[in-house]
Write a protein that binds this ligand. Structure first.
Ligand SMILES: [Zn+2]
Length: 304
């Protein structure tokens, strides 16, 4: 993933922390102007320091002091003197036990969503299966994909094939939403814009730019590629090489990739070379599903 996206998100979290801490300091300065509060608060803080020094617990009287100064604070109309962090889990640091806190991944995903043009996602819970002619098949497929979202991603690649208008994009929008709610970092791209980045990466002489253009597909935790097979133009070999690199490295690094396409598996073999189609078809690491255009029937390729 482009590191500047993580940096951008961290800046948002940092700003929240500074704001919360600054508000708390200002509140405390204001509260200390009141003699009664000042006396109670300072007596309590002296006790806290004493106890810490002597490795003792605070007494019931000390707790009373705290209650009293908080009551006085209330009377003064000051809401708090300790930072009121936006995220209680991480105290607006963005990290919990060295891992990204959900507030940080949420901000990263917000930026990624904007970046991808997929601002609006769908939810598995809101799907109206009545619109599908083949309701039961679609229900099964949605359930299967939801289950995958909650899995450990042993199957690192999902290939969803079907004609235009059978609901492939709707399905992956539900999946992306589910994954974001599970605190994963998701990038959405169309095959077309990925191809454009490949071409830019190929033609630029700026090494950083070259790497950044590729890394956003190589490193992101979960990558969605919508409409694979629409991208190949004049520079077929270049596109194929880059696409292979993306699929292969993601597979090696066990990073999930979800692809939609109009191409059936047979088309896929014709359209792409063996290196690419075998990555997508490999049953040990991939799930292939097919949405039929006529009756929206799901045919699991594995059962064929
Ligand atoms: Zn947090």
């Amino acid at each position: 993933m482009k590191t500047d996206i993580t940096e951008q998100a961290k800046r948002i979290i940092d700003l929240r922390r500074f704001q919360a801490e600054n508000d708390a300091i200002n509140n405390k300065i204001e509260a200390l102007k009141d003699e009664k509060f000042k006396k109670l608060y300072q007596t309590y803080m002296t006790r806290v320091i004493e106890c810490a020094k002597n490795n003792k617990e605070l007494s019931a009287d000390d707790s009373k002091l705290k209650i009293q100064y908080l009551e006085q604070l209330k009377k003064l109309g000051i809401p708090y003197i300790e930072p009121d962090y936006y995220c209680k889990k991480c105290g607006d640091t963005g990290f919990v036990d060295g891992k990204y806190c959900s507030c940080l991944t949420k901000e990263i995903n917000k930026i990624l969503k904007k970046d991808s043009g997929f601002d609006f996602l769908e939810s598995f819970t809101d799907v109206d299966f009545e619109i599908f002619k083949n309701k039961e098949y679609m229900q099964k497929l949605y359930e299967k994909m939801k289950k995958w979202c909650h899995s450990d991603y042993k199957k690192t690649l999902i290939y969803i094939a079907g004609d235009t208008g059978v609901g492939k994009t709707h399905l992956i929008k539900c999946m992306a939403n589910e994954l974001i709610n599970l605190n994963h970092i998701v990038r959405f791209t169309t095959s077309f814009s990925m191809h454009q980045d490949f071409m830019k990466s190929y033609s630029t002489k700026d090494l950083d730019e070259k790497n950044n253009l590729l890394n956003k597909y190589l490193n992101v935790e979960i990558l969605f590629i919508d409409d694979l097979g629409t991208e190949i133009g004049k520079y077929r070999d270049i596109t194929l090489n880059y696409l292979y690199q993306v699929l292969n490295e993601r597979k090696i690094n066990r990073l999930p990739t979800v692809i939609t396409s109009n191409l059936t598996l047979d088309d896929l073999r014709d359209y792409y070379d063996e290196r690419i189609s075998s990555r997508i078809i490999d049953k040990s690491t991939a799930i292939n599903v097919f949405l039929s255009g006529e009756d929206l029937r799901l045919k699991d390729i594995k059962n064929k």
